[in-house]
Design a protein around this ligand. Structure first.
Ligand code: SF4
Length: 924
């Protein structure tokens, strides 16, 4: 479809702009070439350039002084007022205080209610709705509207709205809605410039009154795209489906009722025949297509591919009109993967951005007394400690995280301080910054102004301020904080930190940030922002019945009947606006693809009722249901593959080759075990280093228990050597007591922290007599404890070193070169026997045996009241040799580029943290 005229303006749009230009020039021919007296009210500033171009072309004069082109809001804004405007932040705090004093909503979200009420009060102002003087009269009005007898809920609603409306009005303050009203009134009083208004949908009642008043003093001309397009043959079908007459019918049915829509389509048969006969050129097939997708992914893929096709065809202005934000996010991600940038006109809500997250995490950390997850989230923000060199900052954050995780420190800044003092004194400084910053926000209550100042100071201490100031979105946030500070400087209402935090979250929700640094032919926008705009191509995304018309926010106060009685716009008004916008978008643009998910999770999903009628009518009139049929077949071939993506294709087992530079130079027994269990797991954990850091255990886990048992036994054996001799001096009871005492010391800290530590201690204490027995038995067999917790590093080949720590080494009393390596396990002997059954399946013992040239090796199974030695059934020296040779071979192969397949067995996969990465569920 080549629907672009020579100037680059889509042909359909050019027709309308020419008409508008001609009309303006005809009406103001007497003033030419100076049109500066004239004011044109635009729906947005994107319209200004094409309109100016068409005016200049149509005037065909050496020079043309252009009219003033402005949006109604900006025009009103230019009118000075003597009274200053009370910002909404102040109104909200006044309302909050009023609600708090009246105790109408105990335990409810008062900020949320305040904001809804403010919205309602503004609507009442905006639509010139006066409330009756007395609450009783208002109640009667509600009774009539609800067509119900008064009840407690109605009385309450009437009381809240009435009382607050008068309370807020009585203050005599000027709010933004009233200021707008006053400014428009002043503009109307001073009217002298002729006015032209470009419309696609109706103005609010307030604005219409203004135009009426203005029209009494000066000329006002409305140029309505709905009217202009109705005169175009190629828009005849659009109007039949979406125009004013169709709107009337639409008024009488519910938009989302499929049966009604279907019935309406059938009733259009006669109309369709007329259309076909009267307007053979009104078929839309070359301008509009509808793509029915199976689910979100296909819709997003189709949109992405279509946008890329348009770009390849040389289109330089492509709009993605996002009815469904979820689909839009996916399309945007796909386009970015294909290296197509998207200019987002709708912007990001500030509260969803990292700049706000750091603020909220900081307040969360304070609120939770530095709960480790809040703390770690906070520390990982790139804005945290941004005044330090990045490498230093990362190292410090890493160290702090390690420390927290190592000790399972769940919360409390002072606990972190203590740990740092003993193990990482260099962390003292960042922790001190956190403490100092926390002190700034340590008050119980303050004014919002006070809280904001304290916040700013704390952010300065944390280096967050510097980070935010260096970022465009951060800058916007800091500006907002300053604005709120100024606005609320004199407000003396006091709030707790939790109340203020909630306020802050709502404020951040209300700010949108647009990234103006992106310049791209692809634009993400919304339907209302397309008024009078022309694009080379338009992709209407998410056009199902749930998103077009979009669901309006349910009115919390008053239902439609009451709103109608009061004179407030009802839902149908908002829907009609969207329908008008859609009509005009389709009239103005001649390359449009509308997509929707015809099925969602296997369930049928209806097309937008507006498009359904359009499609039905088109089918009846021109025998074409407007279905886009080419795109689906293109999707697979058009797949963009990201060469850098390490993720495997979902359909097959991943078997990556380890890059030479990343092949590890050191290996531990557990690393080797992982390599044997699943090469891909080893690749992910040890080549890519994706292994998770230790989780902080909020409760005590088996792993902690194992660690404590290791510590206890190491201390016990280091202090008491040769138990057979000790037996004579202190007896078995004395040995057991010694082990009990050490155990109590090791468990002491955990007992303070966690109630469940006692259960684990009792469990271990059950094993003590059996452990002493096992030790005495071992000594009776000639073994003597030699050393414990021994670290080692042993070169295996030129570029591979074995490293680790052995739990314990015993030697024969009579022949100290006869070595036995031992590993403590708090597992049942049966499990360990199974592990060792198959030679080479568990490599831990052979690994240690090789390092310490041991001829014997065993696990010591410690489980409740049983302590057993579990040895491999094979000859240990030979087993060690074979395992080490295999290790060398596997590494040599890895260096030669042999792939590392994800071939773990189910028992291994069940505990593997790389499941999400290898995506076994998708290919097995
Ligand atoms: S889930 Fe199984 S196959 Fe996948 S990496 Fe882990 S062990 Fe290997």
């Amino acid at each position: 479809m080549s629907n672009t005229e020579n100037s680059g303006t889509p042909r359909a749009a050019a027709v309308f702009f020419e008409q508008v230009a001609t009309q303006i020039l005809e009406q103001h021919a007497h003033a030419l070439p100076d049109l500066r007296e004239l004011v044109i009210i635009l729906p947005n500033y994107h319209v200004a350039v094409p309109l100016a171009q068409h005016l200049a072309r149509a005037a065909n004069l050496p020079a043309l002084l252009l009219p003033q082109m402005v949006t109604i809001n900006d025009w009103a804004e230019s009118v000075p007022l003597t009274q200053s405007i009370t910002p909404d932040t102040c109104r909200a705090t006044t309302l909050y205080q009023a609600l708090r004093e009246r105790e109408w909503f105990p335990g409810a979200d008062l900020w949320g209610i305040s904001s809804e009420l403010l919205g309602l009060l503004d609507e009442l102002t905006k639509h010139h709705v006066p409330l009756p003087q007395s609450e009783e009269d208002f109640l009667q009005q509600l009774e009539r509207a609800y067509q119900a007898k008064r009840n407690a809920a109605m009385q309450f609603e009437a009381r809240v709205v009435h009382e607050l409306w008068y309370a807020m009005s009585a203050s005599g303050e000027l709010d933004a809605a009233r200021a707008y009203q006053q400014r428009l009134a002043l503009l109307a009083q001073q009217a002298k410039s002729p006015l032209i208004v470009l419309l696609t949908s109706d103005f609010s009642r307030l604005e219409m009154r203004f135009l009426q008043a203005y029209g009494e003093q000066a000329t006002v001309n409305m140029i309505d795209l709905r009217v202009l397009s109705a005169q175009q043959e190629n828009c005849a079908l659009l109007h039949a489906a979406l125009g004013p007459s169709a709107r009337e019918k639409n008024h009488q049915r519910r938009d989302d009722n499929a049966d009604d829509v279907h019935a309406e389509v059938l009733s259009l048969r006669a109309q369709a025949q007329r259309l076909h006969a009267q307007f053979p050129q009104a078929a839309l097939g070359s301008r509009l297509r509808l793509f029915a997708a199976h689910g979100l992914e296909q819709e997003a893929r189709a949109a992405e591919v279509q946008v890329r096709r348009w770009l390849l065809a040389g289109k330089t202005s492509i709009a993605i009109v996002a009815q469904d934000r979820l689909a839009a996010r996916r399309v945007r991600a796909l386009l970015e993967r294909a290296e197509v940038q998207v200019r987002d006109e709708t912007g990001w809500i500030l509260s969803t951005m990292a700049v706000s997250t750091v603020l909220m995490r900081w307040l969360d950390a304070l609120q939770s007394d530095f709960y480790y997850q809040d703390m770690l989230d906070l520390l990982k923000s790139p804005y945290m400690f941004a005044d330090q060199p990045p490498a230093e900052r990362k190292q410090m954050v890493y160290q702090l995280e390690q420390l927290l995780r190592k000790h399972g420190a769940v919360a409390h800044l002072e606990v972190f301080f203590e740990l740092a003092q003993n193990e990482a004194p260099e962390l003292g400084s960042p922790l001190a910054r956190l403490r100092q910053a926390a002190d700034e926000l340590g008050k119980k209550s303050s004014t919002i102004h006070g809280w904001l100042l304290a916040l700013e100071r704390s952010l300065n201490i944390l280096g967050v301020y510097a980070g935010l100031a260096a970022d465009a979105a951060g800058e916007k946030l800091l500006q907002a904080v300053h604005t709120w500070q100024q606005e609320l400087a004199t407000d003396s209402t006091r709030f707790s930190r939790a109340e203020w935090r909630h306020w802050l979250a709502l404020q951040l929700d209300a700010i949108t940030w647009r990234d103006s640094s992106i310049d791209s032919p692809v634009l993400l926008t919304h339907l209302a922002a397309t008024r009078w705009r022309k694009f080379d191509a338009v992709l209407l995304l998410g056009c199902d019945a749930a998103h077009l018309p979009s669901a309006d926010k349910a009115a919390v106060w008053f239902n439609d009947a009451v709103r109608d009685t009061l004179g407030l716009p009802v839902r149908a008004v908002y829907r009609a606006q969207q329908r008008d916008d859609l009509l005009c978008l389709l009239a103005l643009n001649d390359t449009v693809l509308a997509t929707w998910q015809a099925s969602k999770s296997g369930e049928a999903n209806l097309l937008s009722p507006y498009l359904e009628i359009l499609r039905g009518l088109h089918q009846l009139a021109y025998g074409d249901d407007l279905a886009e049929t080419e795109l689906a077949a293109l999707l697979d071939n058009a797949q963009v593959r990201n060469a850098a993506a390490a993720l495997p294709a979902a359909a097959s087992m991943p078997q990556p080759v380890a890059p030479q530079s990343l092949i590890p130079q050191r290996i531990s027994a557990s690393g080797y075990n992982s390599l044997v269990a699943c090469p891909y797991q080893y690749y992910a954990r040890h080549v890519l280093h994706l292994n998770e850091l230790d989780e902080v255990r909020e409760g005590i886990e088996k792993r902690d228990f194992g660690d404590w048992v290791h510590q206890i036994l190491h201390r016990f054996h280091s202090q008491y050597i040769e138990y057979n001799k000790l037996l004579i001096n202190i007896g078995k009871a004395g040995l057991e007591q010694a082990l009990h005492d050490i155990s109590a010391e090791v468990f002491a800290q955990a007992l303070q922290r966690d109630y469940w530590a006692r259960a684990w201690l009792l469990r271990w204490q059950q094993s003590i007599p059996a452990y002493i027995d096992a030790q005495l038995k071992s000594e009776a067999e000639g073994w003597r404890y030699q050393n414990g917790e021994v670290p080692f590093e042993l070169p295996l080949t030129e570029d591979l070193q074995m490293r680790g720590r052995i739990d314990r080494i015993d030697v024969q009393a009579e022949a100290s070169h006869v070595v036995r390596v031992l590993d403590y396990k708090t597992q049942e002997a049966r499990v360990l026997v199974n592990k060792l059954k198959q030679a080479g399946e568990d490599v831990q013992l052979p690994f240690y045996a090789h390092v310490f040239e041991a001829t014997e090796a065993a696990f010591i199974s410690i489980e409740k009241n049983k302590v057993l030695m579990v040895e491999p059934p094979q000859d240990v020296a030979r087993l060690a040799h074979a395992n080490i040779e295999r290790l060398k071979l596997v590494f040599a192969q890895m260096r030669e580029g042999v792939p590392l397949p994800a071939n773990g067995v189910d028992a291994v996969c069940a505990y593997c943290e790389m499941r999400g990465l290898c995506r076994k569920v998708e290919w097995k």
